[in-house]
Design a protein around this ligand. Structure first.
Ligand SMILES: [Zn+2]
Length: 80
């Protein structure tokens, strides 16, 4: 079973590519609990569209949830 998602650009079918995620290239602009000595950034999955050929990176759903919570916490603190 191949994981798929809808392409946001053409509406076609995207499939998850094999291989390493890019731990070092997706770094949030604050200190996240997802980061550590061995993981300076957040892992991102590589997806490619088999209809238009675009390649996109998506942060994993679990990690995205953490980032969103941290962002909302920061935002709330800024408003006080
Ligand atoms: Zn596409």
């Amino acid at each position: 079973m191949v994981e798929t998602r809808k392409c946001p650009l053409c509406g076609g079918t995207m499939v998850k590519a094999k291989g390493e995620t890019l731990k070092s290239s997706v770094v949030p602009p604050w200190k996240s609990k997802l980061q550590g000595w061995t993981t300076p950034g957040v892992g991102a999955e590589v997806w490619l569209c088999i209809d238009c050929g675009v390649v996109l990176h998506y942060v994993k759903a679990d990690d995205l949830k953490v980032l969103k919570e941290e962002f909302e916490t920061l935002n709330a603190e800024g408003k006080e």
